[in-house]
Design a protein. Structure first.
Lengths: 116, 111
């Protein structure tokens, strides 16, 4: 597609359930980022992929959070045993080059996760 | 770590000029981005500064002073559609060059 696509756009889940969020980056973009945006907060970095590997996963809040990327393309962010504090908008962004090279990130519209 | 500070909210009048400031403390500064985010939408890129000075792009300009750890986004001839959140993001060697975002400034433009 023309832009970064995320699915689902909205997800309501019960506390304790697992959820999977999907990101389809722009074709050919090697860098992929996951961020979390809570109400009134800035974008909180979660994890960065370069190709299929994750050189920086320092932002993952706990071991309930994991992510993978396959084929240098699609990425999934998995949250196990969801908690109410996980409620937020999860944004994915991709970029044609690694970070630090004057490279803007292109964002998807996000997945709004609500844990009830 | 990195610290980025922006005002939470600003209001301005249609047709006016508004300046949104961003201050940062970081190790190994590399560059600074400004993004615009309308409610419920994806952030979109506005500008990138790596050297000191003013970068102009139509109605929007962005300024950087590396020595002061300071940037601003200047919006001229404000339109109602400029009502949005404006996000300042910094890349630095201290953060592996991954963009670190401030909390954003919510700009409300009124008639």
């Amino acid at each position: 597609g023309a832009g970064v696509s995320q699915s689902p756009s909205n997800k309501v889940t019960e506390k304790g359930k697992d959820v999977e969020l999907r990101c389809d980056p722009i074709s050919g973009h090697t860098a992929l980022y996951w961020y979390r945006q809570s109400l009134g907060q800035g974008l909180e970095f979660l994890i960065y992929f370069q190709g299929n590997s994750a050189p920086d996963k320092s932002g993952l809040p706990s071991d309930r959070f994991s992510a993978e990327r396959t084929g240098g393309s699609v990425s999934t962010l998995t949250i196990q045993r969801t908690q109410q504090e996980d409620s937020a908008v999860y944004l994915c962004a991709s970029s044609p080059r690694p970070p630090g090279l004057n490279t803007e990130a292109f964002f998807g519209q996000g997945t709004r996760l609500t844990v009830v | 770590g990195q610290n980025i500070d922006q005002p939470t909210e600003m209001t301005a009048t249609e047709g006016a000029i508004v300046q949104i400031n961003c201050t940062y403390q970081t190790s190994g500064f590399n560059g600074l981005f400004w993004y615009q985010q309308h409610a419920g939408e994806a952030p979109t890129f506005l500008s990138y500064n790596v050297l000191d000075g003013l970068e102009e792009k139509g109605r929007f300009s962005s300024f950087l002073s590396r020595s002061k750890g300071y940037s601003y986004l200047l919006l001229k001839e404000l339109q109602m559609k400029d009502s949005a959140s404006y996000l300042c993001a910094v890349t630095a060697s201290g953060g592996s060059y991954i963009p670190t975002f401030g909390r954003g400034t919510s700009l409300i433009v009124h008639p």
